[in-house]
Design a protein around this ligand. Sequence first.
Ligand SMILES: Cc1cc2nc3c(=O)[nH]c(=O)nc-3n(C[C@H](O)[C@H](O)[C@H](O)COP(=O)(O)OP(=O)(O)OC[C@H]3O[C@@H](n4cnc5c(N)ncnc54)[C@H](O)[C@@H]3O)c2cc1C
Length: 404
Amino acid sequence: MRGHTGWRPAWRDVAPQSAYDIIIVGGGGHGLATAYYLAKTYQQAKIAVLEKGWIGGGNVGRNTTIIRSNYLLPGNIPFYEMSLKLWERLEQDINYNAMISQRGVVNLYHSDAQRDAYVRRGNAILMHGADAELLDEAGVRRLLPFLDFDGARFPIKGALLQRRGGTVRHDAVAWGYARAADRLGVDIIQNCEVSGFRIENGKVTGLDTTRGHIAAAKVGLACAGRTSQVAAAAGLRLPIESHALQAFVSEAIKPFIDTVVTFGAGHFYISQSDKGGLVFGGDIEGYNSYAARGNLPVIEDVCECGMALIPSLGRLRIVRHWGGIMDMTMDGSPIIDRTAIDGLYLNGGWCYGGFKATPASGLCFAHLIATGEPHPVATAYRLNRFETGHLIDEKGMGPHPQLH
Ligand SMILES: Cc1cc2nc3c(=O)[nH]c(=O)nc-3n(C[C@H](O)[C@H](O)[C@H](O)COP(=O)(O)OP(=O)(O)OC[C@H]3O[C@@H](n4cnc5c(N)ncnc54)[C@H](O)[C@@H]3O)c2cc1C
């Protein structure tokens, strides 16, 4: 009504103070959520989030927005189910429209063996109190009649459906947490890159940044694809590799797909945004890189998988595609833990599934930083599991980050 005039900034643009009680490095979804829960749930004060670029410029603004809790392993399901419950009340909690849409996530199966694996996963999900439903072929036909069932190279036999899964407007998550944290007194400092750590007698005392030295009693790393690089500046060598992951958006069309669908015979997933574009993606690039862009072989693979599943996609044009840097661990599961350096905490290794984890990751990391103890649902995400062999290998791929 005001012709786009008179907007006020959603959060304060503050200059860094000389010292904070807690500094979170990385203003992505996880860093901002951590700061918010530190201030709100754990009543901590003097908190800053340092972001080298701008809020929403990292993976939190680059992902394909899927949320779900349909995991198999006991280390994972309670954590992701807590995250889904936090998503369900997030908009009221932070007073921000994050366009949370529980439109359902459909994982297709194409063989009897794959059905058995999905039955097992579905039972594990139900036993942990989350929701799962097995659909036969007729059930999938009713829901998604445009898939290639007849004469398909990979016949569709059914699906595992999680109705409470869906999508969330990713940028809104970053902006909503940033605004809510700011209102609780958290300083959000953009264009402030952390370049070094001050460590005295095994304890972190501050950070060197592009905006000067800042003292801190506690530091939490939430740098996603840059985790191993930033941690290396503190002398830590992490079991993390960085790989690019691409996403694609088609031209906008009328409502066509009203769930999230994943292909079971290749790596491909698709949903439709509220603006009408089909949003889809597939595998990571499979080689180590810090470049937030991908290459043609993955584009070809993603489009082939898409065509095998939904032949009518071939009539559409892709209007945008981009990449983000994934922090791939050796077992495909994340790390929320203390480090060997006193006062330095680590949140990373989210691979390409960390968006759905944002609220739970923030809450659990805040719990760890405030209390010094892991949150009960995140006790499996310890750093030393790579030494002891207590891996959380959800996909059963072994120590091959590019396959997780
Ligand atoms: C194409 C794509 C599709 C995806 N799809 C999904 C999906 O559908 N569902 C899902 O659950 N997950 C998905 N993911 C994964 C998810 O986006 C990430 O796991 C998650 O966003 C990572 O956490 P974050 O939001 O904190 O990361 P980021 O937003 O990347 O935040 C990390 C921040 O740290 C900052 N930083 C780095 N180094 C420094 C430094 N030295 N000093 C200060 N700041 C620094 C970065 O600039 C960045 O802003 C996808 C990712 C991509 C790229």
